[in-house]
Design a protein around this ligand. Structure first.
Ligand SMILES: C[S@@+](CC[C@H](N)C(=O)[O-])C[C@H]1O[C@@H](n2cnc3c(N)ncnc32)[C@H](O)[C@@H]1O
Length: 308
């Protein structure tokens, strides 16, 4: 397939041109050095049985992807800026893979500062696949303890030191954080209680392991200024881009699975004149290295469920 670029909808105004690139984010050649102000993303959960079964040949291959992306992010992120990774350890056939620790180490090795870890807590009603605590109810003795998992980590890496004096006063003022919300919703804690995207069968993000809008909303408010550029290298359904547009930032997203094109267009209302009441430019690029993943993954997930 030839590379092609489609300017799908142009309405001018707002921040810069929002870009959606279908291709492998290990190579982000479309993004200039030092041109991104914030990264908000969530990589595929390593071979998780109910999201990405057998997507990677090995754990090493997954870590290699993360390392290559970290190198690209080091190149495209401006000095002092943040890459926020929403991640969790993965449990496969009773073996736990230390994804959070390994990603942290990779980013440190690639020259980032490890600035913060926020724990995202989901409501207790939501225990999707990892309901393991029943083992102890059946065997109420020591050593049968397997807790249910309600958390994920939001790792915050920083690309060197940030020059606070570089930001003009009027930009600071326009990007001011709502302190009432900050207090009321307890953004000041390193534990965030946020409801996950609920697994309704008809939801737009079915089979994507999307994070809720509230996560990019907070991160964008806390770590970027108006009209700056926010990148999501693992775009999925486009939640980060949607939040970026809502907060008057420019969005860039990479996604390897071309089967998500319609979902992304629907979420971002590409070609619909009602896009968040704002005038936006969208540029969609489809590269030669795209894949077709979702149908295949969903088939494997179905089989996994049957065989449980
Ligand atoms: C956990 S999902 C992201 C979901 C997203 N945060 C959302 O809210 O919809 C990870 C995404 O990364 C994509 N992906 C996996 N490998 C990739 C690669 N090498 N380059 C770009 N995207 C990739 C997957 O297809 C998947 O859609």
């Amino acid at each position: 397939m030839k590379n092609w670029i489609a300017r799908l909808f142009c309405r001018g105004g707002g921040a810069g041109i929002d870009r959606i690139i279908f291709g492998d984010c290990q190579n982000m050649k479309e993004v200039r050095d030092d041109s991104v102000h914030l990264v908000v993303t969530s990589p595929p959960y390593f071979n998780a049985p109910f999201d990405y079964p057998d997507l990677f040949e090995s754990y090493d291959q997954f870590l290699e992807l993360i390392r290559n992306v970290a190198k690209e992010l080091k190149r495209v992120l401006d000095e002092g800026r943040i890459a926020a990774f929403v991640v969790d350890d993965t449990l496969i056939n009773g073996k736990k893979y230390p994804v959070v620790a390994d990603i942290t180490n990779i980013f440190i090795e690639e020259g980032f500062k490890y600035r913060e870890k926020i724990i995202w807590i989901k409501p207790e009603g939501y225990i999707r696949i990892s309901r393991r605590s029943g083992v102890l109810v059946q065997h109420p003795y020591p050593m049968y303890y397997y807790p249910d998992n309600l958390q994920e980590s939001i790792l915050i890496f920083q690309n060197g030191d940030f020059d606070y004096k570089k930001i003009p006063d009027e930009v600071k003022e326009a990007s001011k954080i709502d302190i009432d919300k900050y207090q009321k919703e307890k953004w000041y804690l390193n534990i965030w209680n946020i409801t996950n995207v609920l697994p309704n069968t008809n939801r737009l993000e079915k089979g994507i392991a999307a994070f809720p809008d509230e996560i990019p909303h907070r991160l964008i408010k806390l770590f970027s200024y108006e009209e700056e550029t926010v990148l999501d290298p693992f775009m999925g359904s486009g939640t980060t881009l949607k939040a970026a547009i809502e907060y008057n930032r420019t969005g860039i997203g990479y996604e390897i699975d071309l089967e998500l094109l319609d979902v992304v267009k629907e979420k971002l209302k590409v070609n619909q004149s009602t896009l968040f009441d704002k005038n936006r430019d969208f540029e969609i690029t489809i590269r030669d290295d795209v894949k077709h993943l979702r149908t295949q993954l969903q088939e494997r997930v179905k089989n996994n469920r049957k065989n449980r």
